[in-house]
Structures are given as C-alpha cells and as structure tokens.
Design a protein around this ligand. Structure first.
Ligand code: ADP
Ligand code: MG
Length: 243
C-alpha cells in the first residue's frame, strides 16, 4: 500500500493541496476524480516526486519519506523505482524504435542486459496487441498505439504501481477503447494502479476505490459503488456534468 499523509502543496504561495491523506491499496485500482484544476495531477505527481509537496509523508510498508526533509539520492531512487507514470501525451522518444523506447530505462536504470530487456519488450508488446511492432518508430503509429507502447514502457520497469494521468484524454473515442481495454486487463490481473480520468464509465468499471478532490481538498474517499450508487448532492452534480 502507498499511504500519503497530510500532504500540503503550494504554488507561488497558493495552496493547491490542503492536508490530503489518502491510501492507495495494493493490487487494486484507485481512480482520482475531480473538476479541472482541483489538484489531481499534483497529487498523482507527488507520488513519484515529479512534484515535491511542502509537507506530508509518503509511506510504503518498508519505507517512509517526509517531504519536508532533504532527500538522499538513494531514497529518491528507491521511491521512484516503486512507481511508473504514464502521461496523457505518451512522450515517446521519436528517434528511437518502439523496442528501444521500452528497453531504454530497464537497460540504463535497472542495468538489465539488452537481450533480457528485448525479450521482455517483445512479451509486453504481445500483451498489448502490438506483436511485431518493435522495429517501428513512434511516428508510424496511431496515438492509441503510442499510448499502448508507453504503458509497456511503464510495465518494463517492473514497478509496484502504475500511475496514469488522463491516459486517454488525447485520443479519439475508438482509439481510447483499445487503451482502456489494456488497462482493464491489467486491473483484472491485479496490477496496482492509480488513475486520473474523466471517463466515468471507465472509472466505474475498473476502480475499487474512488478519491474525489475539489479545490485541493479531499471530498470523498471510499468504495466505487458507494460513490456512484449513493452520491452526495455535490457528487451528483459532478456526475451530471454540472461541473
Ligand atoms: P488537475 O490535474 O485536477 O486539473 P492540477 O493538479 O494540474 O489540477 O492543478 C491544481 C492547481 O495548481 C491549479 O490551480 C493549477 O493552476 C495549479 N498548478 C498546477 N501546476 C502548476 C505549476 N507548475 N505552477 C503553478 N501552478 C500550478
Ligand atoms: Mg491534471
């Protein structure tokens, strides 16, 4: 489990996360929902240190880190190893083949042998329905295919958690479906995930838990069925698309 406690994040003196505490259970999918600008990306990025909160702690069973304290290289490496982020715009290296995109970090960061890394990449490509695409370049692929490659790239690091920030919001609906299906498979396989999404049908389908934030404050933290089947008036408005 990842446990965030009392997270406070400010930008230019403005508080964007107000004392947020939340648990992300192991082997489950947690979906973070909330209006635009509510702090979802900031919260997600705090987990892998792309964002550094002013205060609060992050804990894994064997490791706790206090954001207000200096971070050693060793702790930073251990923390980052636990998660892999998949971005909205996939961010593949345009000058590298699909296989090299997937194997770059395992070879350079995990010090895997190129042969082992290539073998794993081929397996992952098969898993996402892109068997045989290893020698292509990102520009030769659709957005949905590129996003599936970026999911492979995240999985290739063998993280405990995959973090996804609006993974399908840049995709056309038919390409979105392909990517959501892959995520659904990962979810069924028990991969621990934290997903920010605006797709309510998907959120309802895959998540075990919902965290709803608004204006940097946690408004709901509980089981998915409770969120959708027994919504508070505020959540009802949100679900109706009022805000
Ligand atoms: P969400 O992902 O829910 O849309 P964000 O976490 O991106 O929200 O942003 C939360 C708030 O923090 C917003 O008011 C946003 O404008 C502000 N913010 C986000 N990133 C930065 C930044 N790098 N510098 C200044 N303000 C930021
Ligand atoms: Mg965001």
């Amino acid at each position: 489990m990842i446990s965030l406690k009392n997270i406070v994040k400010k930008y230019d003196g403005q508080t964007v996360l107000h004392d947020i505490s939340v648990d992300f259970p192991d082997g489950k999918t947690t979906v973070i929902l909330g209006p635009s600008g509510s702090g979802k990306s900031t919260l997600l990025r705090s987990i892998d240190l792309l964002v550094r909160p002013e205060s609060g702690t992050i804990s894994f069973p064997e490791l706790t880190y206090d954001y207000s304290k200096p971070l050693s290289k060793k702790d930073s490496f251990s923390l980052r190893r636990k998660t892999s982020m998949v971005f909205q715009n996939w961010n593949l290296f345009p000058n590298l083949t699909v296989t090299k995109n997937i194997t770059e970090a395992p070879i350079n960061v995990l010090k895997k042998s190129p042969a082992d890394a290539d073998e794993r990449a081929a397996k992952l490509l098969k898993q996402v329905g892109l068997d045989g695409y290893g020698d292509r370049y990102p520009s030769q692929l659709s957005g949905g295919q590129q996003q599936r490659i970026s999911i492979c790239r995240a999985l290739a690091m063998d993280p405990e958690y995959i973090l996804l920030d609006e993974p399908t919001s840049a995709l056309d609906p038919e390409l979105e479906t392909q990517v959501l299906r892959i995520l659904e498979d990962l979810c069924k396989a028990g991969q621990s995930m934290v997903i920010v999404t605006h797709n309510m049908d998907f959120a309802r389908l895959v998540s075990d838990k919902i965290v709803f934030i608004e204006d940097g404050k946690k408004v709901f933290d509980g089981e998915t069925h409770e969120f959708f089947d027994n919504p508070t008036p505020r959540i009802k408005d949100f679900l109706a698309g009022i805000s």
